[in-house]
Structures are given as C-alpha cells and as structure tokens.
Design a protein around this ligand. Structure first.
Ligand code: 13P
Length: 254
C-alpha cells in the first residue's frame, strides 16, 4: 500500500471570523488533485473549528491544534478529546514544538496525549523535531528517535498517526530544510520505526515535513522518497496553500 500524500495547514493562533471566511473561500475555489491522491486537513484555532467544519469543502477535513491529555473535567482552559469527537472533528495536532518549548510539554506528556486521543477515535498528527542547538550538536536523529520512542511506548496501532517532522529552526524562520536534510531525517525515522515498531508500520506511516514550506520549495521536498507530505504554517493562511496541495502530483509521476 502506497502512502497517500498528506497536506496539513496549521493556522496556529491566527485569524478573525472575516479572515477565516476568506481563507475557506479560497480553499473551496481551489483546483486540487482528488482525494485518492492527496489528503488535506486544515487546523484553525478551536473557536473557529465549527465554522470551518461547516463551510469547508467536503473533500478537505479539519484538525484541532491540541487536546487535553485525559478525560475532560476540572481542567480550566482545556479542550478534551471527547469534545472533539462530539463535534465530529476527525484530526488533532499533538506535540507541536511551540507547545513542547513554550508550554514545556514533555515527550511523555505528548505521548500520553497521542495515546488518549487515539483511544477516543481521533486521528493524530504527532509532531517531533530538533532545535538548532541540537542539530549543531549532531543529535538530530537521537532527539527525534527519543520523541518517537516515547509515543511508540504508549500506542500499539499506528494506522491513525501521521508523524510530522518539524525542525524547530525551520519553523516560521523562512529557513527551510534542504530536500536532502529532510529526506535524511525522514529516512532515519522510517528506519527507526522498522527496527523498533515493525516493518509494516515503517512502510505505511506517513512522515510529513514542516518548517517554512512554501509554493516555491514544496515540489523539490515532495520529490524526496520519504517525504509523504507537509505540515504548513504561515503559507497555509495564503492562496499558495493550494499550490502546496498540488505538489502531491509529484508523487504520482514518481
Ligand atoms: P511555518 O510553515 O510557518 O514555518 O510553520 C510550520 C509549522 O510549525 C507547522 O506546524
């Protein structure tokens, strides 16, 4: 089974109702490859999820940007996985580096969230990635392996997991990983999954790249054999997101 190309748009903490409506209109009018070729998921802030879900074209899906680590209750300010399920939100992003670093979410906490969200029936975009300091120290593969290991220790079924490799130094900096840099880490991650989870999971799990992806650089990245799509930040708020979705065509001709 081939891995279907996956393009996620992470809107982060951006948008007004007017801006959200504008982005959705642009997405709805975009000409993109069919769902057999590419899976598209956009992730607005929680408060806009119902609006986007009802106004977005049916071949695109929505993701929350986070959810609570266990069953809801007395956790002020949190949103539970059960609530997302109740609203028929199919996907959730977990462990984004902005949460790992700013809100101090540990590997274990992230892994617990992934496991809990999956157990409730959500599909998970699980984010991993090294800082510039870690890359310069030569520990990139060790860092992403450790982050993946924490998740692997708590889940047994990877069917509903997309792994997003997002080097912290490439996020929001305009400093995209080179295709070779991305391919190298994706290859090492797949190798890690093969050795530590199973050859089947390694072969079928989508590993997507995030960090300063644009219409200008997406095709070269998409052409790498172990790059199965993207998690796009800034450019997902712009019309060029459509061009990034279209980069899935690169795989069809591969
Ligand atoms: P940018 O595309 O803005 O660099 O953000 C990437 C990202 O963090 C997606 O989750």
């Amino acid at each position: 089974m081939g891995r279907k190309f996956f393009v996620g748009g992470n809107w982060k903490c951006n948008g007004t109702t007017e801006e959200v409506n504008k982005i959705v209109s642009t997405l709805n009018a975009g000409e993109v490859p069919s769902q057999d070729v590419v899976e598209v998921v956009v992730s607005p802030p929680f408060v806009f999820l119902p609006l986007v879900k009802t106004s977005l074209r049916p071949d695109f899906h929505v993701a929350a940007q986070n959810c609570w680590v266990k069953k809801g209750g007395a956790f002020t300010g949190e949103v539970s996985a059960e609530m997302l399920v109740n609203l028929s939100i199919p996907w959730v992003i977990i462990g984004h580096s902005e949460r790992r670093l700013i809100l101090k979410e540990s590997n274990e906490f992230v892994a617990d969230k992934v496991a809990y969200a999956l157990a409730q029936g959500l599909k998970v975009i699980a984010c991993i990635g090294e800082t510039l300091e870690q890359r310069e120290a030569g520990s990139t593969v060790a860092v992403v392996a450790e982050q993946t290991k924490a998740i692997a220790a708590k889940i047994s079924n990877w069917t509903d997991v997309v792994l997003a490799y997002e080097p912290v130094w490439a996020i929001g900096t305009g400093k995209v990983a080179t295709p070779a840099q991305a391919q190298e880490v994706h290859f090492e991650l797949r190798k890690w999954l093969q050795a530590n989870v199973s050859p089947e999971v390694a072969a079928s799990t989508r590993i997507i790249y995030g960090g300063s992806v644009t219409a200008a650089n997406c095709k070269e990245l998409a052409a790498q054999p172990d790059v199965d799509g993207f998690l796009v930040g800034g450019a997902s708020l712009k019309p060029e997101f459509i061009d990034i979705i279209k980069s899935a065509e690169v795989k069809k001709n591969a």
